[in-house]
Design a protein around this ligand. Sequence first.
Ligand SMILES: Nc1nc2c(c(=O)[nH]1)N(C=O)[C@@H](CNc1ccc(C(=O)N[C@@H](CCC(=O)O)C(=O)O)cc1)CN2
Ligand SMILES: Nc1ncnc2c1ncn2[C@@H]1O[C@H](COP(=O)(O)OP(=O)(O)OP(=O)(O)O)[C@@H](O)[C@H]1O
Length: 280
Amino acid sequence: MRTGLGHLLQKARSVMVMTLPALLSPSLPHSSALPILCASVATAATMSGSTVIVPGSVAQQKRALRSEIRKALKALPPTQRAQEDTAIQNIVLDSSWFKSTRGLCAYISCESLHEVDTSRIVAEVLRDANDREEKKRLYVPRVEDKNSHMRMLKISSIKDLIANSMNILEPSPIDADGSQREDAMLATHPVDIFLLPGVAFDRHGQRLGRGGGYYDVFLKKYQELAMERRWKQPLLVALAYSVQILDDDVIPVNHHDVLVDALVSASGVIPISTAALDRM
Ligand SMILES: Nc1nc2c(c(=O)[nH]1)N(C=O)[C@@H](CNc1ccc(C(=O)N[C@@H](CCC(=O)O)C(=O)O)cc1)CN2
Ligand SMILES: Nc1ncnc2c1ncn2[C@@H]1O[C@H](COP(=O)(O)OP(=O)(O)OP(=O)(O)O)[C@@H](O)[C@H]1O
């Protein structure tokens, strides 16, 4: 499914106007809203023509942008949030690329982090895993240490999850039978799709995470594994509220940032890479 980009952009902009009112001059048209967000990230921004020179390291700029988007997410009215959660999950569940996947990595959404809800997607996969012949293997994140080390472990029931110190549900390393859970990095079959969380995204595939480096490190390793094994590269699909989709060149970039293939917003799928155009 494709989306009307103009409509989506307008929607993202109009939400920015609502969530960042103090930064906006009443004379500015809505279309000027997102560059203003960029200026707001740089507290001492220097204007040079239309270019905003953002001071500070990339890490500082990322921190400032995370903080802006967290505020925008907190300000999202609950009814709009619920509507977008439903629409995004319906789009995923109804898609051919999701239906045909056999191996999936998904995050377990955390309400206090204001993440796009994945509970229906996870429940559906686990229902399939238990009831049907066409099973999907589901791997979910487990943080191993503070040095950006995360594993993706296979679960077969929601009961496999327990809250960690950050209050995110994650699997124990050992299952109910006392066996090691399957690790996606050690599995004999590939992961076809990653459903990714994040703080902000753009239409070039840039993704701003929570700052731990967990996904960037994991995805790089998984892409290398897929290459070694001659598997198809997994499709990296980020789930995004409208306020999380920013104009191009607003998200600060590091060389280690892994680009996503596509976004799913409440307005539809935004394919970015050629792989996404081919497969979605
Ligand atoms: N649901 C979910 N699970 C996930 C992630 C995620 O983003 N979402 N992760 C993705 O990496 C890993 C965990 N990483 C995390 C990193 C930071 C925070 C967090 O609470 N950050 C606070 C700010 C903390 C600070 O600035 O000091 C926040 O974002 O409000 C949570 C999870 C693995 N599991
Ligand atoms: N491939 C990598 N190898 C080593 N360190 C990395 C890698 N990717 C990220 N890091 C480190 O992780 C930390 C956080 O990076 P960054 O702010 O870009 O993460 P992020 O956008 O929040 O992404 P994530 O969702 O992966 O946490 C930085 O200290 C960075 O150097």
